[in-house]
Design a protein around this ligand. Structure first.
Ligand code: HEC
Ligand code: HEC
Length: 304
């Protein structure tokens, strides 16, 4: 609740607030006790600009009561709700609690909607227009900021519609990715490869695996260095979904291609994270999203 490192500012803020309320009350009390002697014509006797006089009428009752009610309300509000420094208020209300209550209420209302999908296989759901409309909305709200509204990703954020997978494209693999998140870790490999020359040659060998433009002489010199990479990417460079190591033979590049991009990858490595969605989304929502993502690359006729 408190961002302060000591209690000083909490007391400072609370003190000023309480003093302010008490001072307003005192002001009202003092002014209401002070009677000004009225003259015969009910003026205070003050005259400005020759003929402008001040009447000696009391303040209207309703105004007085409004003032008092405001003071009492202020005191009551500050006792019940957070407002006085770090005092949490008697009702224990928090923004977070209110937000959670609203989320819980919305989830409870949506429960019957998702109940229909409970018994469905992801493959079935992907063919269900109502489920996919929900999936698309969930994707726009929770995933599109990283993967793009067409799910085709961008540099560092994988394309989810192309049938090429870091962590596997079977429904249960996709579900695990969304539920628990994934961290792809490629360690810096320069030391294991050798000299900067070796790293460059290896980069050309990697490019040759997918038939990307490369220097074939350098590639043949770099080939033997690929043993350092085989543990994760496989001896044939086709990757390993258990480690999130991408297929290097398919000309699909998450972090860019070309000598510079691959050399940087070998020298610096890369840690890339897909954040876990459990806690943010319900299991039912994750199930619908799984079917939606699976369906993106498993439509009849979609490029695989
Ligand atoms: C903060 C950015 C971010 C958000 C939000 C995000 N993702 Fe990801 N996602 C990533 C990154 C980065 C990766 C790649 C992880 C890696 O390199 O191992 C990834 C990977 C994935 C993968 C695995 C792809 C593969 O090739 O195996 C799936 C599936 C996926 N995300 C689905 C989703 C869904 C569904 C959502 C919405 C609920 C979502 N993501 C939200 C950043 C994000
Ligand atoms: C410990 C396992 C591991 C080793 C060893 C490893 N890599 Fe990787 N590599 C990965 C992972 C995991 C990723 C994906 C990182 C991510 O999620 O963004 C990756 C990504 C890459 C990429 C980017 C691919 C793309 O689509 O942009 C290249 C290129 C690459 N590795 C080349 C190599 C080379 C060359 C070697 C050997 C010198 C090597 N890797 C060794 C795990 C490894």
């Amino acid at each position: 609740m408190s961002d302060f490192t000591s209690n000083f500012w909490s007391f400072y803020v609370a003190g000023i607030t309480i003093i302010g309320i008490v001072a307003c009350g005192l002001l009202l009390w003092i002014t209401s006790r002070k009677k000004v002697e009225a003259t015969a014509d009910n003026t205070t006797g003050h005259v400005w600009d020759e003929d402008l006089t001040e009447m000696n009428n009391p303040m209207p009752r309703w105004w007085m009561w409004l003032f008092i009610i405001t003071l009492v309300f202020g005191a009551g509000y500050l006792a019940a709700y957070p407002g006085l420094g770090t005092f949490k208020g008697k009702l224990g209300w928090t923004q977070l609690g209110e937000y959670q209550a609203e989320v819980d209420k919305a989830n409870a209302e949506l429960q019957p909607l998702y109940a229909r999908f409970e018994a469905m296989q992801p493959q079935e759901m992907a063919a269900d227009t109502a489920a996919m409309a929900i999936g698309e909305r969930l994707f726009m709200n929770n995933c599109a900021q990283c993967h793009g509204s067409d799910a085709r990703g961008s540099k560092g954020f994988p394309n989810l519609a192309d049938g090429d997978w870091l962590h596997g494209g079977a429904p249960d693999q996709i579900q695990k990715t969304i539920h628990d998140g994934r961290i792809g870790v490629m360690p810096p490999m320069a030391a294991a490869v050798g000299s900067p020359e070796d790293v460059r040659n290896l980069a050309h060998y990697v490019l040759s695996l997918s038939g990307s433009p490369h220097d074939s002489l350098k590639a043949s010199l770099g080939k033997s260095k690929f043993t350092a990479c085989a543990a994760c990417h496989g001896m044939d460079g086709k990757g390993n979904v258990a480690l999130g190591a991408p297929n290097l033979t398919d000309d699909i590049w998450l972090h860019g291609w070309g000598e510079a991009a691959i050399t940087a990858m070998i020298n610096n490595g890369k840690t890339n994270e897909m954040p876990a969605q459990t806690g943010k989304l319900t299991d039912a929502q994750i199930k619908v999203l799984t079917a939606y993502v699976w369906g993106l690359s498993n439509k009849a006729g979609a490029p695989r």
